[in-house]
Design a protein around this ligand. Structure first.
Ligand code: HEM
Length: 331
């Protein structure tokens, strides 16, 4: 079954639109979607009108030096949102009450620089407007700009999130951020608890179109035995990057265009070059494979009118007949 949403998944635009929806920040489908009570498209219009331009201008500079930071910011927002909602809790330092979310295993590989960038943005915004914009909103805007400035689409974000007072425990963090070793069944079960569908899971995983991973997140697919679902040449390249299961190196998540927010991640999966089990199994499991499927090469056709098959398109057929007549009359 290929729904209109899954069609969108296979394009750059759609991937991001879906991501936006999940984080409750897209003015999706022409602004007709209801947004969370308390959020607004104009929230800081009078208290901090320059907010979005401050963030974008600064991130343009940051990414010009190192586009890799875009992936770090996108992942930071995901890890913030999936644990207790988008409340900036992942940013909180630990306290006497216990280790922070940052100390939980899935967050240990968040980029330290992503936290510094958020803090720098917060300082700039605060200098201009005072303490009116939440860290959670700044993180959401930074993720949006990370997508846009690495080649993805732009989108509006409703704002007005407040920063949380508490961070989640390690066990709550672990329960909400699935590990890369999950297969599709586990992934669907885990994300269903947050009301995500199979289509949602395929779209969200599209975030892996940018960024890197440490070897330890995927070497269970290489050692002691090689995962047979992985392309052999790809496995060989990964083995030279990660000569041992616990190597300290990193590999890119999307071998075709590691720094570009595009649809190549899905092409990787179709070529059995997904890095994690949680990625590659989306193309093995029939429930998600059908969402990913796309016609290429000589399959299908290029429609003259998006709403009509060419074989049913009377205008197209008669124009072909006209052209053929012209071609014959030239002889
Ligand atoms: C569906 C379940 C997901 C799993 C199991 C997963 C797992 C992972 C893992 C293990 C890494 C590499 C960590 C490391 O070793 O350095 C990673 C990186 C990344 N993930 Fe995910 N992730 C998931 C969903 C998402 C979502 C929803 C997004 C955003 C929409 C996302 C965005 C990223 C990005 C951008 C990176 C690269 C970060 C960087 O370069 O610093 N992931 N993910």
């Amino acid at each position: 079954m290929v729904s209109s949403i899954s069609h969108m998944l296979l394009t750059l635009l759609s991937t991001s639109l879906l991501l936006c929806t999940y984080f409750h920040f897209a003015k999706a489908q022409g602004g007709s979607q209801p947004i969370v009570h308390g959020l607004s498209w104009t929230y800081y219009d009078s208290s901090c009108p320059k907010l979005e331009s401050i963030v974008r201008k600064e991130l343009k500079k940051v990414f010009k030096d190192d586009i890799g930071q875009a992936a770090g910011l996108l992942r930071l927002h995901f890890h913030d949102c999936f644990v207790q909602g988008c409340d900036g809790s992942v940013l909180l330092d630990g306290s006497a009450s216990g280790p922070s979310e940052q100390d939980a295993p899935p967050n240990l590989s968040l980029r330290a620089k992503a936290f510094t960038i958020i803090d720098d943005l917060r300082r700039r915004v605060q200098n201009k407007c005072g303490r009116v914009v939440s860290c959670a909103d700044i993180t959401a805007l930074a993720a949006r700009d990370a997508v846009f400035l690495s080649g993805g689409p732009d989108y509006d974000i409703p704002l007005g999130r407040r920063d949380g007072l508490n961070f989640a425990t390690t066990s709550a963090t672990l329960a909400n951020l699935p590990p890369p070793s999950f297969n599709t069944t586990s992934l669907l079960t885990s994300l269903a608890t947050m009301n995500f569908t199979a289509t949602d899971v395929v779209a969200l995983s599209g975030g892996h179109t940018i960024g890197i991973s440490h070897c330890t997140s995927f070497t269970d697919r290489l050692y002691p035995t090689q995962d047979p679902t992985m392309d052999k040449y790809f496995a060989g390249t990964l083995k030279s990057t990660c000569p041992a299961a616990n190597s300290n190196n990193t590999a890119v998540l999307d071998i075709r265009s590691p720094n570009r927010f595009d649809n190549k991640y899905y092409v990787d999966l179709m070529n059995r070059q997904g890095l994690f089990t949680s990625d590659q199994d989306l193309y093995t499991d029939s429930r998600t494979r059908s969402i990913l499927s796309v016609l290429t090469g000589s399959q299908g056709e290029i429609r003259a009118n998006c709403f009509v098959r060419n074989s049913d398109n009377v205008a197209l057929l008669s124009s072909v007949v006209e052209k053929e007549k012209e071609a014959w009359s030239a002889f």
